[in-house]
Unconditional design. Structure first.
Lengths: 349, 132
């Protein structure tokens, strides 16, 4: 009798573990128009309603962040990045907490003396943005921004001229021609904020904002990790690698997504502050770490430096790993990336 | 006309009819190699079976148009009104190559908010395929 009771108790204890995967189903949603990219959310919930509720909330949240971080459009009663660039040289502008916190974080990185993406380069980047947009719309008449104009704009990229008041949550530009461009970090920060909210509603999720992917708890289908593909920069549809991750973020910066062509040559959107031209050190770099904001910042920063310098930076950054695609097609990865990479034997289980 | 010729003509006609009927029946009864689901702005727009080569026009009220080319074993985006033409550069998705593509079973035209997905009807994808 005792034997049977023990067996029954063991079965009851084992039961929840056996049925966990069966109780959950996989759902997904795709949305457009947020951060000018495709947003994809995959999640495991017990039913469609539970997924819809979590997806509705996170898409609404991402739409709000898109408006706050938007440098090209104004919205009623919102002091977003466009408003800051238009008014912060006249007087201090009170801004929403997510925008203020993001600027503070970026200024801290800059003040630490770390080499990296400078969000005060807006004057230079907006010139490139205007010429790229015109060139995409009218490819036959595509032109490069004049170097004289770029050099003049580069005189107004000093981050120390961005004055922040933490008590009043205001930003003021001491240089009237300075502009902020948070394209290198905005999606990463929004992904972190959205992920924090998803962890409460639907912990088993995978959220993609274009090249920024953030994974929650493992998929509830028996697998231990989510699979995230890394695009081959030489083949638009090809796959360079698959990374198996959970509760981590995977962010890629590359020369193949946003670009335009002038006289047969491609000019992408990641501009080297040293040359004021698109950086030409590597083709792409993918960063894996816990924070999507840090991964976004690091991927842009690594893209702006030669592989050797980037490798040293990654080795000095705890918890961050990277894969580089060099200009000659060579693929290299940091030592710790092997545990995530399919090519090194990693799997989803 | 001799009896022999009449029989010959009748024979040819009957064989032709049998061939037509057999080919029609085979095509109609043929199981599709997969399904293609077309989404516009995240909503399911239509579903097509992979049986034979043909073009499918995906037209939206605002003038955005994509021409999808279906094959027996997959599909590709043939034309698009989008500015970047990146959906065309994404190439073919087939039952044989989906596990080697960065976008897996999908082709995305972000500008036109169109997503086309290959649904495999006769196999369970490997758990090691990427989710995204």
């Amino acid at each position: 009798m005792k034997k049977w009771i023990c067996l029954l108790a063991a079965l009851m204890l084992a039961c929840p573990a056996c049925t966990t995967a069966e109780e959950y189903a996989k759902f997904s949603r795709v949305a457009y128009g947020i951060f000018d990219t495709e947003i994809q959310l995959i999640g495991y919930t017990k039913d469609q309603n539970e997924f819809n509720q979590a997806a509705d909330e996170v898409m609404a949240q991402l739409r709000d962040y898109h408006r706050i971080f938007d440098a090209y459009n104004s919205y009623p009663n919102l002091h977003n990045l466009w408003y800051v660039n238009a008014h912060a040289a006249k007087e201090p502008v009170e801004i929403p907490a997510p925008l203020f916190d993001l600027i503070v974080w970026c200024k801290e990185q800059w003040a630490d003396g770390k080499e990296g993406a400078n969000i005060a380069m807006g004057a230079v980047l907006s010139l490139w943005h205007d010429f790229r947009t015109a060139g995409i719309e009218d490819p036959l008449n595509a032109q490069l921004p004049p170097m004289a104009a770029l050099e003049e704009a580069a005189q107004h990229t000093d981050f120390s001229k961005v004055i922040l008041d933490h008590e009043k949550r205001t930003v003021y530009f001491a240089d009237p021609l300075l502009k902020l461009d948070i394209g290198a970090v905005a999606k990463g920060y929004a992904a972190d904020l959205a992920a924090a909210s998803l962890m409460e509603k639907m912990p088993s999720f995978l959220l993609s904002l274009g090249g920024n992917v953030i994974a929650g708890e493992p998929p509830r289908d028996g697998r231990l990790h989510w699979g995230v593909s890394v695009q081959d920069p030489d083949d638009f549809s090809g796959m360079l690698e698959v990374l198996y991750v959970d509760q981590l973020t995977v962010v890629t910066s590359g020369d193949y997504w946003r670009y335009y062509t002038v006289d047969g040559e491609r000019y992408h959107h990641i501009i080297d502050p040293a040359t004021l031209m698109p950086a030409r050190h590597i083709q792409a770099v993918t960063v894996v770490c816990e924070s999507s904001l840090l991964a976004d910042y690091l991927s842009t920063t690594l893209f702006l430096m030669p592989y050797e310098e980037g490798r040293a930076l990654i080795e000095a950054t705890e918890g961050a790993e990277a894969i580089w695609s060099l200009m000659d097609g060579t693929v290299l990865m940091s030592d710790g990336m092997a545990k995530y990479a399919r090519s090194m034997g990693a799997t989803s289980r | 006309m001799s009896k022999k010729n009449i029989f010959l003509i009748l024979g040819v006609v009957i064989i032709a009819c049998i061939l037509i009927i057999v080919s029609q029946t085979t095509l109609l009864g043929k199981a599709p190699n997969g399904l293609v689901r077309i989404y516009i702005s995240g909503q399911l727009h239509s579903q097509e079976e992979l049986l034979m080569e043909r073009d499918v026009a995906i037209s939206q009220p605002d003038g955005k148009t994509n021409i999808l080319h279906l094959m027996e074993n997959g599909f590709y985006m043939k034309e698009s009104t989008c500015i970047t033409q990146q959906c065309i550069q994404q190439g073919q998705v087939t039952v044989d190559n989906y596990d080697k593509r960065a976008l897996g079973t999908r082709v995305i035209c972000a500008h036109n908010e169109v997503q086309v997905e290959l649904v495999l009807t006769d196999r369970t994808p490997s758990p090691d395929l990427p989710d995204i």
